[in-house]
Design a protein around this ligand. Structure first.
Ligand code: SF4
Ligand code: SF4
Length: 349
C-alpha cells in the first residue's frame, strides 16, 4: 500500500467522517421528532381542556401512522384520491420509500428515532454485558423472517383483500381521523398489555443487538426489499483491499464486508461505518456499478436532508401537508377518544 493511499487526516476528513455526520443527522431528526411530539401534546392538552385558542397541529406526527399511510397509498393508486385525512403521512411514506430506492436503508440508520433508540440500547448493552447474546446463523435467519411475515400480513390485508370502497370508508371514518390522537393517548396512558410488551422489547433489545430493527420491524422489511432496487451499494475494490477486516468488525448488521465485492444484503442500512473504518483510500465506497458515481458521506447526509425537508416544503406549498379536518370536528371527537380509551382500560376492544 502506498503511503498516500492511506486516508489523510485533516479538516475535510473530519467533515467527511461518516460516523460524525450520521450522529449530526440523527440529532437533527431526533430534535425535529421531539419538537413535533411536544407540539402535538400541547395541541391535545388544549383541545381536551376546551381552550378557545389551540396551537396548530403538527402534521409531521402522521409519520407514526405507517399502516394508515399504506392504505392511503393504495387508495391514491386505485382511485386517484390523495386523501386529506393524513396527507402528511402519505407524503412521508413516499419520501421514505424513495430514500430506500435511491439511498438504500439509510432511513433506518440516519433518520428513524427508533433506530437511534436501538443504537442507544446497544451502547447500554455494552456497558451491562461484555458479550451480547450470540444468535446462531440459522436462528438468525428464522428470526429475520418475522418482520417479513408481519409485512406480508399487512400487505395481504391492505393491498390484496381490501377493496377501494372499504379503504375509503376506513380512511374517512372518525376512528382513522383521530388515529394520531389515539396513538398519543396510548403512550400517555399505557395499558398493562402495552407496558408488558414494551418491557419485553426492552429486555430483548438489551440481550440481542438490534433486536427490534433486525427481527421485528415491518417498515425495515419494506425498506430492505426496496433497497435491493437501489443502484447504489457498498462496493469493495478487491485490488486495493489489504484484508484487515475492519469493515466487517464494525458492521452492526453482521455483514462480512471484507468477503464480498458488493454488499447486496437487505440488512445493510447504509450507516457507512464500514466506509469510515476502512484505512485504505477509495477501497470501500457507496457507488453504482463499476465504482462510478460515488456518494461521499457528506453528500449522503445532504441528500437525505434535502429529500426530507425539501419534500415537506414542496408538500406544504402544494397543499398536501395540512389535513382538512376542521378544529370543530376535533373538538367533537375528544369525547369519542376518551370513550375509546376508557373501553381499552376496561378490556373492551
Ligand atoms: S455494510 Fe457497511 S453500510 Fe452496510 S450496515 Fe454494514 S457497516 Fe453499515
Ligand atoms: S476495511 Fe475492509 S475493505 Fe477496507 S481494507 Fe480492510 S478488509 Fe479491505
Amino acid at each position: 500500500m502506498k503511503g498516500n493511499d492511506v486516508k489523510k487526516a485533516g479538516l475535510f476528513k473530519k467533515l467527511n467522517n461518516a460516523n460524525l455526520l450520521r450522529r449530526l443527522v440523527q440529532g437533527i431528526f431526533a430534535v425535529s421528532t421531539i419538537w413535533i411530539g411536544f407540539r402535538f401534546y400541547l395541541f391535545y392538552q388544549q383541545l381536551a381542556a376546551g381552550a378557545e385558542q389551540v396551537i396548530e397541529r403538527p402534521p409531521g406526527v402522521e409519520a407514526f401512522l405507517p399502516i394508515s399511510s399504506l392504505m392511503s397509498l393504495k387508495l391514491w393508486i386505485v382511485s386517484g384520491d390523495f386523501n386529506r385525512i393524513h396527507p402528511a403521512g402519505l407524503v412521508l411514506f413516499l419520501v421514505i420509500l424513495l430514500t430506500a430506492l435511491l439511498l438504500k436503508r439509510g432511513f433506518c440508520s440516519w433518520v428513524c428515532p427508533v433506530g437511534l433508540i436501538t443504537e442507544m440500547m446497544n451502547g447500554l448493552q455494552k456497558l451491562l454485558f461484555r458479550q451480547p447474546l450470540i444468535v446462531r446463523w440459522w436462528f438468525d435467519y428464522l428470526l429475520r423472517s418475522i418482520k417479513y411475515l408481519l409485512l406480508g400480513f399487512f400487505c395481504w390485508i391492505i393491498l390484496l383483500k381490501m377493496p377501494g370502497s372499504a379503504l375509503k370508508a376506513f380512511i374517512y371514518s372518525p376512528y382513522n381521523q383521530i388515529a394520531d390522537l389515539k396513538m398519543l393517548v396510548f403512550f400517555l396512558d399505557p395499558s398493562t398489555t402495552t407496558m408488558v410488551t414494551l418491557s419485553i422489547l426492552t429486555v430483548l433489545s438489551l440481550l440481542i443487538r438490534n433486536a427490534w430493527c433486525r427481527y421485528l420491524c415491518p417498515y425495515g422489511a419494506l425498506l430492505g426489499m426496496s433497497s435491493w432496487l437501489s443502484p447504489w451499494k457498498i462496493r469493495r475494490d478487491a485490488g486495493s483491499c489489504i484484508d484487515c477486516r475492519k469493515c466487517t468488525q464494525v458492521c452492526p448488521a453482521h455483514i462480512e464486508v471484507h468477503r464480498v465485492k458488493t454488499v447486496q444484503s437487505d440488512e445493510c442500512h447504509a450507516c457507512l461505518q464500514c466506509v469510515a473504518a476502512c484505512p485504505v483510500k477509495e477501497t470501500l465506497q457507496l457507488s453504482v456499478r463499476r465504482r462510478r458515481l460515488v456518494i461521499r458521506p457528506w453528500l449522503y447526509a445532504l441528500l437525505l436532508i434535502i429529500l426530507f425537508f425539501g419534500s415537506v416544503w414542496i408538500a406544504r406549498l402544494g397543499g398536501f401537508w395540512q389535513n382538512g379536518i376542521p378544529l370543530e370536528r376535533y373538538r367533537q371527537y375528544i369525547p369519542l377518544l376518551e370513550r375509546l380509551n376508557h373501553d381499552r382500560g376496561n378490556g373492551v376492544h
